[in-house]
Ligand binder design. Structure first.
Ligand SMILES: [Zn+2]
Length: 348
């Protein structure tokens, strides 16, 4: 099984081999295929202390990306996630993720019976030295990111299972005995969210600045709890949410998501504005992030907003969905998002 790993040292993707060590597979060794053992990165399970850490670590592994061949160039289209080369020197080439922003198609040539692609691919880099900017690449620089599979690699899974059972044991042993039985089974997911949210805040800088992200085009009747649950599930960050009442003539409602700290804000805004995915309501209505506001430091995020809205919990059980680039649902949601933005622009 060929996999690649996003290095903890330079954040670039590399082809790697995985080895586990220790009696229970509690140590993971990442060996870089084209480098000697002195470049190995070794991870001790005991350093992964929370589910959040563990998931962040797991997300650094994926199936190896595949080099796009010249004849496959029509498959590389706008909005597609690719892994592409950045080279500062001829002998130093590293791979980072980018989204195809535009393709300038050129006629292919045939050279010695081989098709040669001369198209230009303008990439928006998601990380690495060009992160956040646009640059042009050619087909030879571009690899196709493979669809995500359930299991990255059996040894990574084994390592994470060992870590997970240790974290679970630690958490259970730290919870006061009276706390556990009070979470009713039927409300477990909501109860647990709240439970983890309180625990999370202890880990974070309590004095951090708070930010509000305004999201428009939410489905009428959506509960703030649905928003909070979804964000916590997807990003493992604590947040608070509230929904503004709307006029009967307005087809949607506006929501506010509040997070503490610049890191959480960056994580949330990247997630909401990611060009390769959209968040939709059950009817297909896509979320549109419109504003980010920094709160005065004297204002503290409180649960009050949510409590006031808590009656809404019973009104609707509104499941949100993340749709990925390439699917029909994404295509439809993307079009709706564009229409929404056009309409907003006209109203201003
Ligand atoms: Zn081409």
């Amino acid at each position: 099984m060929e996999i690649e790993y996003r290095s903890g040292v330079d954040d670039a993707w590399y082809a790697v081999k995985i080895l586990t060590e220790g009696d229970y597979g509690e140590r993971l060794r990442v060996r870089f295929c084209e480098f000697g053992a002195e470049y190995d990165e070794v991870y001790e399970g005991e350093n992964l202390t929370s589910v959040k850490h563990m998931e962040a670590f797991e997300s650094r592994f994926r199936s190896a990306s595949v080099q796009v061949q010249d004849s496959e160039c029509p498959n590389v289209v706008e909005g597609m996630l690719v892994c592409a080369a950045v080279s500062n020197r001829p002998d130093d080439c590293r791979y980072f993720d980018a989204v195809v922003n535009k393709v300038k198609r050129k006629r292919h040539r045939i050279v010695e019976d081989e098709e040669e692609c001369r198209c230009e691919f303008i990439l928006f880099w998601r990380h690495g030295p060009n992160g956040g900017s646009l640059t042009t690449r050619f087909v030879g620089d571009i690899c196709r990111v493979q669809p995500q599979t359930e299991e990255v690699h059996p040894l990574v899974t084994l390592f994470l299972q060992t870590v997970k059972s240790r974290i679970r044991n630690n958490e259970l042993s730290h919870v006061p005995p009276s706390t556990l039985p009070t979470i009713p089974q039927h409300a477990s997911s909501r109860g647990m969210t709240k439970f983890f949210s309180e625990r999370d805040e202890h880990d974070q800088d309590r004095g951090g600045v708070s930010f509000i992200v305004v999201v428009k085009n939410l489905e009428k009747g959506i509960s703030p709890f649905t928003i909070m649950e979804f964000i916590q599930e997807q990003l493992c960050i604590s947040c608070h949410a509230s929904v503004w009442p709307s006029k009967p003539s307005e087809p949607y409602v506006k929501g506010m998501i509040m997070v503490k700290g610049k890191n959480n804000l960056d994580k949330l805004s990247r997630f909401l504005d990611d060009p390769v995915q959209l968040i939709i309501s059950p009817s297909g209505r896509p979320w549109v992030m419109t504003e980010m506001i920094q709160l005065d430091e004297t204002l503290r995020i409180s649960d009050r907003g949510c409590e006031l809205m808590s009656h809404e919990r019973t009104i609707i059980c509104n499941k949100l969905k993340l749709v990925k680039f390439g699917s029909q649902e994404f295509k439809k949601a993307k079009r709706l998002k564009q229409l929404f933005k056009q309409r907003e622009a006209r109203l201003q």
